[in-house]
Unconditional design. Sequence first.
Length: 53
Amino acid sequence: MFSLNMGSTDRIIRVVLGVILLAVGFFVLSGTWKIVLGVVGVILLVTAAIGWC
């Protein structure tokens, strides 16, 4: 469907940042920032998983 447009380094960075943002949002913050970091973290993880952004 789509050709991959991410290298392995970019994918690794996205996974690491996605996990960090989800952890901070889930365990540290509350309210709106929790939702914002959760959404951004999920987007980073999904784009890393599919290899396309």
